[in-house]
Design a protein around this ligand. Structure first.
Ligand code: ADP
Ligand code: GN1
Ligand code: MG
Length: 362
């Protein structure tokens, strides 16, 4: 959906005695509406997308639980606990979120100063560091009681379910866009069996469920602006039980693509194997020996799976009329879907090389 002008006065009044001098849209997320607020210090204010996340109360409970868990771990290790995890700022009446008169839910975080986010990989070391941070994140949550986590989006990375969802959108063709996407539909259909790979591995006992981040894009890490060291993993809305290989895969999908996610010149869309290798090294280091061998073997499948799944989600949203991901131009979701499928095709060509890299590293 195209973002409309959003009135922030009511929510700012809930958080501040005196209205802040600055509150403007910030960041490049596809789901929530994020604002930078400048008052006596800086804050990140977010309007949560309740179409995507129907239970904001549960979401905030997850985030409080996970951030406290990480802060305690970092404190024990003698790290900078205050910067290592998001800090939720309550409203003036002490609530963890605010519901406005139009029924929108909001939350606020302290802005983590002296950090930056990156939209594209600028150098291989940063990508290695990102990998180590996401691997380490999974390690920090390895003993988090999974039963305490609410499922913030049902079937989030259930790829066979995403495939069925696409088939339903095709069947309905609610916006009359199907004729334009026959090639993309065939691309997905040809991979129906592949979509089941991870679920089958889980059933066979070779791929365990873990507490995972589930949205491991590069721009969900805050890096120190001076040293480039990763400071904090953010965007915790989708922390849920999941597969480690999907956390690995989503980072590869986004960061090891030689083009940006919505590049329309598909000749630029390729898997960069050097970045793949750097990420694999960093991720295994961050996971610190916790992954089992059969799981490590499935890392290349995770990369292909997340790219295919994301492409199918973009295509589904295109067919349904762009109701899920924010778009910034007509056919944006179709451009994204084509881009992701082009990347899948290149990953398939490079599957043996990905496997060789993983064999060398394990
Ligand atoms: P979305 O779910 O829409 O991707 P995020 O939670 O990832 O939203 O936030 C969007 C952007 O806002 C991030 O990519 C980052 O640049 C910035 N951001 C979020 N939280 C913080 C924070 N605590 N400190 C500094 N910047 C932040
Ligand atoms: C969304 O919110 P953001 O932009 O970090 C989406 C991810 C997709 C990603 C594609 C909750 O992430 O699953 O991989 O867009 N998040 C949700 O860029 O659907
Ligand atoms: Mg984000």
């Amino acid at each position: 959906m195209i973002t409309k002008n959003i009135d922030t006065k009511e929510v700012l009044n809930a958080y501040f005695k005196t209205l802040p001098s600055y509150c403007e849209p910030y960041g490049n997320g596809h789901i929530n509406d994020t604002f930078l607020v400048v008052a006596e210090r800086r804050y990140i204010l977010q309007r949560m997308n309740t179409v995507v996340f129907p239970h904001p109360e549960d979401l905030m409970e997850n985030i409080i639980g996970v951030t406290e868990h990480i802060r305690n771990k970092v404190q024990v290790m003698g790290g900078d606990a205050a910067r290592a995890s998001l800090v939720v700022v309550p409203t003036q009446s002490g609530d963890l979120f605010f519901r406005d008169s139009t029924n929108h839910y909001w939350r606020m975080y302290e802005f983590t100063e002296r950090t930056i986010t990156r939209e594209v990989v600028e150098n291989i070391e940063d990508f290695y560091n990102c990998a180590e941070a996401f691997g380490n994140f999974q390690q920090q949550l390895a003993d988090y009681p999974a039963e305490k986590l609410h499922e913030s989006i049902a079937n989030f990375h259930n790829t066979p379910w995403r495939y069925e969802n696409l088939m339903k959108a095709i069947e309905k063709d609610s916006c009359g866009r199907l004729a334009e996407v026959t090639e993309e539909v065939q691309f997905a259909r040809d991979r129906e069996q592949f979509c089941k790979t991870l679920e089958l591995a889980h059933e066979a006992g070779t791929l365990p469920l873990r507490v995972t981040h589930n949205d491991t894009k590069l721009n969900n890490i805050l890096f120190d602006e001076q040293t480039s060291a990763p400071v904090c993993v953010i965007d915790l809305d989708t922390v849920m039980p999941g597969y480690s290989v999907n956390d690995f895969g989503d980072s590869i999908r986004f960061g090891a693509n030689t083009a940006v996610e919505d590049e329309t010149d598909l000749s630029k869309v390729k898997l960069d194997l050097n970045l793949f290798e750097a990420y694999a090294k960093g991720f295994l280091k961050g996971c610190n020996g916790s992954l089992i061998e059969t799981e490590i073997d499935l890392l290349p499948v995770g990369a292909m799976m997340m790219t295919l799944e994301c492409g199918m989600s973009f295509l589904t949203d295109y067919l349904e009329g762009d109701v899920y991901f924010k778009i910034h131009r007509p056919k944006h979701n179709l451009d994204r879907a084509r881009n992701q499928f082009a990347l899948v095709a290149d990953m398939e060509r490079k599957a043996d090389q990905m496997r060789e890299i993983i064999d060398r590293l394990k």
